[in-house]
Design a protein around this ligand. Structure first.
Ligand SMILES: [Zn+2]
Length: 262
């Protein structure tokens, strides 16, 4: 079991990476995830308990429209309320029809347009409630003063590795909750196997124990897929499978990790 012990990869909040400047921007003083109310200038107060839409996910673009991060709707509203981000609204129906063109809205205009959307296309959006009105949760926001490019490549960590393998044990093929999964060195460390995308896979506790400090051949076990370095962020890739986040594709098609979209 020693050779297949979990490697030292701490899980980080969704979208976390080493980009400290972006972290600082996204984690401004008012934008913590602590429970409580979020005050909007002129827009009333949003309380987490009554606002299920706050748990929706929002894609964050830099000023040059490159995809940077996924954040919670709550964080997105904090950035909008501070006027450091604007809404990018893609004209796209959930079935993929629509022009696919996008429109930029500052927060004030978005709040206004939300009133029309509430009347005519309520089902196309998630909503947050304020005392005075409902506001549609944007799918995409753009940072107005942030020019840096996304980090190249996908960071090798526990969270991204599990997302790449979709929580599926790469030996028995069953899907497990994250807590019941471990990371297996295909070629064990004792035999020179390294911490690389090509040598690490998701394995259930049982398969990992059975394999022990052996290669798959020595243990007569077979990998169900050949482990490779993902071309784009597997967490974003997972969400692209959902109709809800169709509009993200317009921006991810041009992003560095996007080669083809499944
Ligand atoms: Zn297994």
């Amino acid at each position: 079991m020693a050779a297949s012990a979990p490697i030292d990869m701490h899980s980080t909040p969704e979208g976390g990476d080493d980009d400290a400047a972006l972290d600082a921007l996204l984690n401004g003083p008012e934008s913590g995830d602590a429970p409580g109310a979020l005050a909007l200038a002129g827009g009333g107060v949003i309380s987490s308990s009554e606002a299920s839409g706050l748990h929706s996910k929002v894609l964050v673009l830099n000023r040059g429209y490159a995809a940077m991060r996924i954040v919670s709707a709550k964080r997105a509203f904090c950035l909008l309320a501070r006027n450091i981000a604007e809404v990018i609204h893609v004209d796209l129906n959930s079935d993929g029809s629509g022009s696919g063109q996008y429109i930029n809205y500052d927060f004030e205009s978005w709040v206004e347009i939300s009133q029309l959307q509430r009347q005519f296309e309520a089902e196309r959006h998630d909503w947050i409630k304020t005392v005075r009105m409902d506001i549609a949760v944007p799918k995409i926001i753009r940072l107005l003063g942030y020019d840096r490019l996304p980090e190249q490549g996908v960071k090798l960590n526990r969270r991204n590795l599990f997302a790449r393998d979709r929580n599926k044990c790469q030996y028995c093929g069953r899907i497990f909750p994250t807590n019941d999964l471990s990371i297996d060195h295909v070629n064990p460390r004792a035999l020179g196997g390294g911490d690389t995308w090509e040598n690490l896979v998701c394995a259930c506790i049982r398969c990992n124990a059975r394999k022990g400090g052996r290669t798959p051949e020595q243990a007569s076990m077979k990998l169900i897929t050949k482990p490779v370095r993902p071309k784009r962020n597997p967490l974003i890739a997972l969400r692209l499978g959902s109709d809800k986040y169709q509009s993200w594709k317009a921006f991810l098609d041009h992003a560095y990790w996007s080669v083809e979209l499944g």
